[in-house]
Design a protein around this ligand. Structure first.
Ligand code: AMP
Length: 413
């Protein structure tokens, strides 16, 4: 399959060639033709599958082949709603790449930065708006963002949007969209809330499913270290003696945990920076740029902050903490296996995280191979530790994380 066969227009084909994309990914192959034909779409796909191009290319094609508005001023003809700032910026970067030979204009509306430049962009007129819900609602309430001309609406990472407590914001935004529109809906998982949202939002959608969440794990080499909490840092430092770990994305459960880890690594002369919701947008972008350029070896992230980060060719993911939601484990390690690459995922499991491990192994339908021969073995033997959790251990599962990890906590973008 080639992009030409998907009937894409020359300016898009030229841009894809410039990106060195030789063939569409499965989701692109399946999503682009119906999306070009104007159909609603329900894509069950996660980051790393090429889903961004799957919705951006049809948008670029459909909008750039339309007549401009008669009085010349651009109106928002496509809205892409996404849960995090990083994801919004990544989508915008992708649009700049894929749309570089079109004459469409886009803007990003996210929180955490001054509103003024965003207002000016809207005032000048744009075709495509990429936004997180909180700031968009603010601008709608101020009468600055007008969604009444939207023809194509994309809801990206809808499951994460629900997890982050954006359901009411989403509904308020959707209420302002024209009823007659095309909706492209993407979600990595399909909890019941998503199914009912799909039913209420989409008209006879084309359903596309790629890389189900449980199969992602098969491509990635996974290992597990049982280790006591205080020994996690020394163990990590020890593992990082291995120079083949050129760079790694390290996940912690909490923002404070991320900062603490960065301090510990810095003391050990390992370059690391943290990226999480308490950092300013500029600080996050700087950390990401340093990581991408190789100036820092480790990027330490919380799940929410990491969600939208686009890093090509990531070889290692390290779970410094195991996540309490098993799907999150799959999302995390899936960061290494992008665009067909294989990757390595290293996980640390302290005693209290054993119930999480059990849930993860149930989801991925495999046992993560355990490395027993390391300098910081768990003081309780790994066998005892690996035994099914007692009722009191199991209660850890329901405990709410102390900092930053609440599942249904509401966040403004
Ligand atoms: P996404 O799932 O949209 O986040 O895309 C994952 C990564 O794959 C991004 O770094 C894209 O630049 C890249 N990508 C998307 N489509 C293709 C393609 N057809 N060929 C090669 N790389 C691609």
């Amino acid at each position: 399959m080639t992009f030409e066969r998907l009937q894409l227009i020359p300016p898009i084909l030229k841009a894809l060639a410039k990106e060195n994309y030789t063939q569409p990914t499965p989701i692109q192959e399946q999503a682009i033709p119906p999306a070009l034909a104007g159909r609603d779409l329900f894509g069950c796909a996660q980051t790393g599958t090429g889903k961004t191009a799957a919705f951006l290319l049809p948008i670029i094609q459909r909008l750039s082949t339309q007549q401009g508005s008669p009085n010349g001023k651009r109106v928002i003809r496509s809205l892409i709603l996404t849960p995090t700032r990083e994801l919004a910026i990544q989508i915008s970067d992708n649009f700049k790449a894929y749309g570089c030979f079109s004459n469409l204009r886009s803007a990003v509306i996210v929180g955490g930065v001054s509103q003024q430049a965003q207002e000016q962009a809207l005032e000048r007129g744009i075709d495509i708006l990429i936004a997180t819900p909180g700031r968009l609602i603010d601008l709608m309430n101020q009468g600055i963002a007008d969604l009444s001309h939207v023809q194509i609406f994309v809801l990206d990472e809808a499951d994460r949007m629900l997890d982050m407590g954006f359901i009411h914001d989403m509904r308020r935004i959707i209420a302002k969209l024209p009823a007659k529109r095309q909706t492209l809906f993407f979600s990595a998982t399909m909890p019941p809330e998503i199914t009912s949202l799909v039913d209420s939002l989409l008209m006879n959608p084309m359903r596309i499913e790629v890389t189900p969440v449980s199969s992602t794990a098969e491509r990635i080499k996974q290992t597990l270290y049982y280790v006591d909490k205080p020994n996690k840092l020394p163990l990590l430092i020890d593992l990082l003696q291995d120079k083949s770990i050129v760079s790694a994305l390290v996940f912690t459960r909490t923002k404070h945990g991320a900062d603490r880890l960065v301090r510990g690594l810095t003391k050990a002369k390992i370059t690391a920076q943290a990226i999480h919701g308490d950092k300013s947008q500029n600080a996050r972008q700087a950390a990401l740029n340093n990581f991408k350029s190789g100036a820092t070896r480790l990027l330490v992230a919380t799940d929410i902050a990491a969600r939208g980060i686009d890093i090509d060719e990531l070889s290692h993911v390290i779970n410094y903490n195991l996540p309490n939601i098993s799907e999150t484990y799959v999302h995390r390690i899936g960061r290494t296996g992008r665009a067909g690459l294989s990757g390595i995922a290293i996980s640390f499991c302290e005693h209290e995280e054993i119930p999480y491990l059990k849930d993860i192994e149930k989801l991925i339908k495999q046992k993560i191979p355990v490395i027993r021969d390391h300098p910081y073995p768990m003081t309780i033997s790994a066998e005892t530790a690996a035994a099914p959790p007692t009722p009191s251990e199991a209660s850890v599962r329901g405990a709410s994380p102390k900092e930053g990890g609440g599942r249904r906590r509401r966040r403004r973008s």
